[in-house]
Ligand binder design. Sequence first.
Ligand code: P1T
Length: 379
Amino acid sequence: MKFNTKTIHGNQEHDKAYGAVMPPIYQTTTYAQSTPGGHKGYEYSRSGNPTRTALENSFASIENGTHGLAFASGLAAIDAIMKLLKPGDEVISTNDLYGGTYRLFTKIFEGFGIKFHFVGMENAAKIESYINKNTKLIWVETPTNPMMNIIDIKATAAVSKKHKIILAVDNTFATPYLQQPLDLGADIVMHSATKYLGGHSDVVMGALIVKEKDLADRLYFIQNASGAVCGPQDSFLVLRGIKTLHIRMQRHCENGKAVAEYLNKHPKIENVYWPGFENHPNHAIAKAQMKDFGGMVSFTTKGNNYKEAIKIVENLKIFTLAESLGGVESLAGHPASMTHASIPKEEREKIGIVDSLIRLSVGIEDEEDLIADLKQAIG
Ligand code: P1T
């Protein structure tokens, strides 16, 4: 089955009771047993729920995995991965990543005795110098949030395999429409399903997908034991969202390209970060591992003018100034004060998150309206 068909039918079956084409929302916490242990596959909805199972099966299908797990948020999914580790273990992570992930790593798991190395991973060989006997996890976000760096998943997987280290890839920005990390050698794919998978800015959710049973069993144990699961209504909504992922992503990519190219020519704009540009430092890797370049674009104003940047985000009318990304509607964010405020200013600026940086999640509206909105806001 090819990708577009998988988004709609992958690992799905019609409801056994009445043939409902969409799975019913099993709004129940518990399931009748005829005798202790005598149940029909479900005992309690933290451990499993049929609507969630339908979604988890879809996750596995679209990422070419064998097992999917749905969580209450993207961060809950990352939290579950971190619970595979123990005190003394070390993690090598991309240095440019979602601020909330950085906060979870440094403010929660560092306190539990896990050591993090935040590394620019554009060159996979550089990762190797940080590996020692305690290294248990490599954490990759690609494209990175918000600087749009691209990490070579295949080359990183060669390093992780050589040293028997788990490689986890946050595939939130790309989605499986653009890249499938398990096929490139990753062990775990993670999503903030809040974003493109859900696609309509109405559900907070996380996903993990793996292709190996032992890892799936360990993560399922953590999911059930820690309990950060999502409810059946949210599972239904994200399953519905996934069914249009491929057509939404196609439009996000088209509009993202148009916006990036418009900004790149604008005299008041300094830098535009979008992996589709031939002079993007990792363009060749992006071209090789991604089907297209996505709908996320970041940019700075001429001379890193903070006041200009704030004026732009305040002036936008179709783009809404808001946290988050990946919905059908266009959003604009100011990473330094919003999504990445939890990264210390000095660290932020080292990786390019300067005060005039604006991040756009380009939606699927008409391209002409989006360009006109940017034109009136930038002036
Ligand atoms: O928000 P949540 O569903 O918990 O997902 C966290 C997360 C993880 N990984 C990436 C790459 C993300 O972008 C996010 C959430 N990001 C935003 C809310 C944002 O505006 O960037």
